[in-house]
Design a protein around this ligand. Structure first.
Ligand code: MTE
Ligand code: MO
Length: 530
C-alpha cells in the first residue's frame, strides 16, 4: 500500500492506532488556541481582566523577582508587556505541541495537559488583586473549550488510522477532509473569539491605563498625608491601614460591570441649580485634584462584619462643583444616578458642609478607579454609608428634594438618611480560637466617620470595662485600630468591645439589625485560653 506525501505512514501494530506526528501537533496547538480564544472572548463579555492568558501574564509580573522586572523594563521599555505575552505564547505553543505528541495513541495525556493549563489560568484569575465571582467564567469556559476541541480533533485524527473500509482510499480521504475541515473551523472560531474578546475588553483596560498615567503626571494638589507606621497592628490580626485592592469590599447590584470609558464619560449637574453644569472627564483633570484617606462602610455590615475598607481616594472636591452649579435653597437632596440605573440620594447639607470633604473620585491608591469600584468616576462622602453616598459609574446628579424623589435602597425599605454609626470590631482573638494562657492581646478596629474615635473599651466575661490602647490617629474619616492586653486564666472567655467617638457618643449595647439604618450592639468573641 502506498503512502501519501502529506500524511506519514500509519503504524498498524498490535498496540493500535497512532496519530501521525504532524496531526498530533496540530490537535494540541488548536485545542490550546481554542482555550485561549474562548477564554479571552468570555472575559471580554464579563470582565476583561479575567482573561486567563492575560491573568497568567499579570501573575508572572506580580511574582517576578525585582532584577528580572528591572531588566525587562530597561531592555524592552514600554513593549515589555508585549514581549512577555509573546514569550508566553511561544512557551504555550511548545506545551501544546507536546500535549498533542503525548497523545498519539491515547487521548488522556493531552487532555490532562490542557486541564493543567486551564487550572493555571483559573488560579491566576482567582488570585488576581481584584476578583469577583463571575471572573471564574472565562477560565472555566477556556478549559471547557480546550478539552472539547482536543477531544473532537483527537477523535477525528485517530480515526484517520482506522482500517480502510470497503470504500478503501476514498474513506481515508474523506476522514482526512473532515479532520482538516474541523481543524480549520476550530482555528477560525478561536481566532475570531480572541479578536472579539480583544475588541470587547480593550476599551476599559486602555482607558484605565490612560487615566492612571494622567494621575501620575498631574499629582494631587493636596495629597493625602502619609499614614504613620503605628496606625495599624496587622501583626495582631487587625487589617492593614490601607486596604489591599483585592480585599476592598465590593457591594453593588451590577451583575455585569458597566464598561464606561473615561473619554466617553460626561455628567450633568442639574435640577434645582442656577447654573446647570455638564462635565467631561478632561474637565475633572483640569481642576485641582485632592487626595483623601477615607474609610468606606456599608450599611449592610453586621456587627463584627467586614464590609468596611480604607483607601486613598483622588478626585475633585464635590462641594466646589455644587457651589459652582449654585444649588438653590430648598434642594435638600442630591440624587445621583449610575449608568446601570442605580440611584443614590445624599443629603445636600452634608455635601455642602465645609470641611466634610465629599469627593467626585477618579482615582484610588494612586491609580484609576478599578472597574469594580466605579471607573471612571464615583462619589465618596466621608461619614455616610455607601448606599446614600458612594455612587459608582456616576453620570448624573440632580439637585432635588427627598419629598420629590427617592433612591434605589430607600425604595426597598432602607432609611433615607444613612450617617455612619460609632462602632468597634474585635479582630483578635477570633471566635473559637485557642490562645496560650497568661497575657492575651485583644485587637480590632473602631470607626465613627467623620467624627473619629476617642476611646475604645474592652471587658471580659462581663467584668469591668478597661480602656484599650489606640493606634496613631489618621483622621476622623478613617477607622482607628486598638489593642488591649488582658490577663486570663485557662478556660473559655468572652470579650466585648465598645467605642466612643470624638463627640462623646458611646456605642450602644442595643442590638439592631442592619435594616433600616445600620446594625448596632457590642461585638463579642468567645475563645479558649489553654
Ligand atoms: N452604581 C452603584 N453604585 C453603588 C452601589 C451599587 O449597587 N451600584 N452600591 C453602593 C453601596 S451599598 C456601597 S456600600 C458602596 C460600595 O462601594 P465599593 O463596592 O467600591 O466598596 O457602593 C455604593 N455605590
Ligand atoms: Mo452598602
Amino acid at each position: 500500500m502506498s503512502t501519501t506525501t502529506t500524511v506519514p505512514p500509519r503504524s498498524a501494530g498490535p498496540t493500535g492506532a497512532r496519530i501521525p506526528r504532524g496531526y498530533a501537533v496540530l490537535v494540541g496547538v488548536l485545542a490550546v488556541g481554542a482555550a485561549i480564544g474562548i477564554g479571552h472572548l468570555v472575559a471580554g463579555l464579563v470582565s476583561p481582566s479575567s482573561s486567563p492568558y492575560l491573568a497568567v501574564g499579570d501573575t508572572v509580573i506580580r511574582y517576578a523577582p525585582q532584577p528580572v522586572t528591572e531588566f525587562a523594563k530597561t531592555a524592552f521599555g514600554t513593549s515589555d508587556k508585549a514581549v512577555l505575552l509573546s514569550v508566553m505564547g511561544v512557551i504555550l505553543l511548545a506545551v501544546a505541541a507536546a500535549a498533542g505528541l503525548l497523545s498519539r495513541r491515547s487521548r488522556s495525556p493531552g487532555v490532562r495537559v490542557v486541564v493543567v493549563l486551564g487550572v493555571l489560568g483559573l488560579l491566576a484569575v482567582a488570585t488576581a488583586p481584584v476578583f469577583s465571582p463571575l471572573d471564574v467564567l472565562a477560565p472555566l469556559a477556556s478549559m471547557a473549550a480546550g478539552v472539547g476541541a482536543f477531544r473532537l480533533l483527537h477523535n477525528l485524527a485517530l480515526s484517520l488510522d482506522d482500517p480502510p473500509a470497503a470504500s478503501g482510499a476514498a474513506a481515508g480521504v474523506s476522514r482526512r477532509a473532515l479532520l482538516i475541515g474541523a481543524s480549520a473551523a476550530v482555528g477560525a472560531v478561536s481566532i475570531g473569539a480572541g479578536i472579539g474578546g480583544q475588541v470587547l475588553g480593550r476599551g476599559v483596560a486602555d482607558s484605565r491605563r490612560a487615566v492612571t498615567a494622567s494621575l501620575a503626571r498631574l499629582r494631587p494638589a493636596r495629597p493625602a498625608p502619609a499614614i504613620p507606621p503605628g496606625a495599624a497592628f496587622p501583626q495582631l490580626g487587625t487589617p492593614t491601614f490601607l486596604t489591599a485592592p483585592a480585599d476592598f469590599y465590593r457591594i453593588d447590584v451590577a451583575l455585569r460591570l458597566p464598561r464606561l470609558l473615561a473619554d466617553d464619560w460626561s455628567m450633568r449637574i442639574h435640577g434645582m441649580v442656577d447654573n446647570e453644569l455638564t462635565l467631561r472627564f478632561q474637565d475633572l483633570l483640569d481642576r485641582p485634584l485632592v487626595e483623601r484617606t477615607i474609610t468606606m462602610t456599608c450599611v449592610s455590615n453586621p456587627v463584627g462584619g467586614d464590609l468596611i475598607s480604607t483607601a486613598n481616594f483622588i478626585g475633585v472636591d464635590l462641594r466646589d462643583l455644587l457651589l459652582q452649579a449654585g444649588v438653590r435653597p430648598g434642594a435638600d437632596q442630591l440624587l445621583s444616578t449610575s449608568t446601570d440605573g442605580f440611584t443614590v440620594g445624599t443629603p445636600m447639607s452634608v455635601l455642602l458642609e465645609e470641611g466634610r470633604g465629599a469627593l467626585l473620585a477618579i482615582g484610588m491608591n494612586g491609580e484609576a478607579l478599578p472597574q469594580e469600584h466605579g471607573f471612571p468616576v464615583r462619589m465618596v462622602v466621608p461619614g455616610l454609608y455607601g448606599y446614600v453616598s458612594a455612587t459608582k459609574w456616576v453620570t448624573d446628579m440632580e439637585a432635588t428634594t427627598f419629598a420629590a424623589r427617592s433612591s434605589y435602597w430607600v425604595d426597598r425599605g432602607w432609611a433615607e438618611q444613612g450617617p455612619i454609626k460609632t462602632e468597634a470590631r474585635i479582630d483578635a482573638p477570633r471566635s473559637s480560637a485557642s490562645v496560650p494562657g497568661g497575657r492575651v492581646t485583644l485587637a480590632g478596629i473602631a470607626w465613627s466617620q467623620p467624627r473619629g474615635i476617642s476611646k475604645v473599651e474592652v471587658r471580659v466575661d462581663g467584668g469591668a470595662w478597661q480602656e484599650a490602647q489606640l493606634a496613631a490617629d489618621v483622621s476622623g474619616d478613617t477607622w482607628r485600630m486598638w489593642r488591649a492586653d488582658v490577663d486570663l486564666a485557662p478556660g473559655r472567655h468572652t470579650a466585648q468591645a465598645r467605642a466612643t467617638d470624638a463627640a462623646g457618643n458611646t456605642q450602644t449595647e442595643t442590638v439592631a439589625d442592619t435594616v433600616p439604618d445600620g446594625a448596632t450592639g457590642w461585638p463579642g468573641t468567645t475563645f479558649s485560653v489553654t
